[in-house]
Design a protein around this ligand. Sequence first.
Ligand code: FES
Length: 651
Amino acid sequence: MTESAQVVFTPSGRRHTVEVGTTVLDAARDAGVDLDSVCGGRGICGRCQIEVGSAPGIVGVGLSDPGPTEAGYEGKRTLGADRRLGCAARIISDVVVEVPPDSRVHRQVIRKRPEVTNIPIDPAVQLYYVQVDPPSMEEPAGEQERLSAALTREWELERLDFDLAVTTALPGVLERSGRAVTVAIHDGSQVTAVWPGFHDRAWGVAFDVGSTTIAGHLCDLASGDVLASAGVMNPQIRFGEDLMSRVSYVMLNEDGAQQLTSVVRMALDEMVGDLVDEAGGNRSDVLEVSLVGNTIMHHLVLGFDPTPLGVAPFTLATDQAIRAKASKIALEANPGARLYVLPCIAGHVGADAAAAILSEGPQMGAAVQLLVDVGTNAEIVLGSRDKLLAASSPTGPAFEGAQISGGQRAAPGAIERVRIDPISLEPKYKVIGCDLWSDEPGFSDQAPPVTGICGSGIIEVIAELFLAGAIAVDGSIQAGDNPRLIPDDRTTSYVLHDRPIHITQKDVRAIQLAKAALYAGCRLLMDELGVDRVDEIRLAGAFGSNIDTKYAMILGLIPDCDLDRVSAAGNAAGTGAMMALLSTAARREIERVVRDVHKVETALEPRFQEHFIEAMGLPHTTHSFTELASVVDLPVAKAPERTKRRGKARR
Ligand code: FES
């Protein structure tokens, strides 16, 4: 009678009885325990590492002594101290086997960078090492069929389809490698790449294509590690600063769409080259690409006509996720590399908003979360696990510094922070490129020359002037006997800097229009959801990350909320793109969520106009901001006399 032993796997706690002499890897497979392997138990890959643990009632080591496989192991992953190869260690008596996180196929990775939270690692592509039978007269079969049979025998993979490039390369690869090969299998069914011998490198690139910048992250698909990151300006800018001017370019130029598609694809392809160079690899190591962007970027990268997005009813070519070969968007990567593009939500709520949902998870909790990505068009998502709504709102480019007299993009030399003395109206400021305030020693030596004011600076200067009483609730700059307040035609301007950077009445109006549009969009969704307040606000994107949430609320960009629960979401879209790169579960989740999101079209809602008009006041003409008022002394809701300044933020 064969002897048996009991094995307990931790942390799963799964118990299993095996024949004495069974390898830990085989026992794990029988027990349905997640223990990684690429080489199929040949002592090459080092992914099956385990440790001996302990549990009440189980004493002794329980595993065979290390044999030649472990002694001679020189695999890519160093064998850690106190660790054993699960494919070599045999169970000889009852034992507790601990599976460390890095030896699991499906693992949670917690990253150091704060904006990237837990990501379940479960990539669409997996590597498998197999020994393929030699050809024989007795059992005639093609090389593809022999490889298929080996994958079924060793890995229980069945009904596989092969990329033509794999079938083409296979005979030569088998000949060179003594018929031992590693294959990449996508979605468990498609053989997309083959390498001679053992190959342990599977990389992917996550792209977030913004209208101004493109960000790319190269990740190890097995570990989830970010190997390299890069950001470049979107070269489409030369065809138009904002999205609508690019759509106009396409409408006015016969080959406009092809030009815009071609330059953005070239930029993406160059980034792939730069990222793999930085990580010390090859383009052929890249097996997966994920991509997000607003609807117009999405359409232009994919070669879809963006012009229907420029006019009502703002029709998308498709709102489904896209699965294609990466070569379809002219990326030079492994010939079998696959592209995954997250689904768009609505005409102006793109795959970047879907990615932000994936990253922030408003659909998972009971709290009503407002998720806002502010750009030329604000993308707004509101809801909880019960219901999710989405809309876009035409904020225009004022928050990005456009349409503002001294405005500019966030770049070195731009004023990004402003504080104003409420009595003297004297400002101090910070510029991008220097950490010091303008009144601190060393500022004039270290700070770059001031070139303008960016979005976050504009928000702060207007909010500070409002708190100081120099701007009234209706947005009018008050005249007064202060050298910083100067007559400007029939209005008043505030002198922020002698470059000159003046805050004019027109500037304030532009910000009021932008913020009223944003607030009205948020409020419309709140009406639709039937709530009068939100529990949490997350501000995504570059502007949302740089803006001071308190000042955003003082100006009424967003509804009243406990300020402790208003925060920046960082690059939520980029994080979501990475999650989709690394996890098929994340892909399924976002496709499900987007299907169920209730879309609200602001242009069709008469209440949007009503909300918009009422939202022109600071922070709002009629809504009270009680949460905000509990931490900031807001000026009363009437135009103040300009003789005395009132109101002071508690800082
Ligand atoms: Fe590859 Fe053990 S399974 S070394």
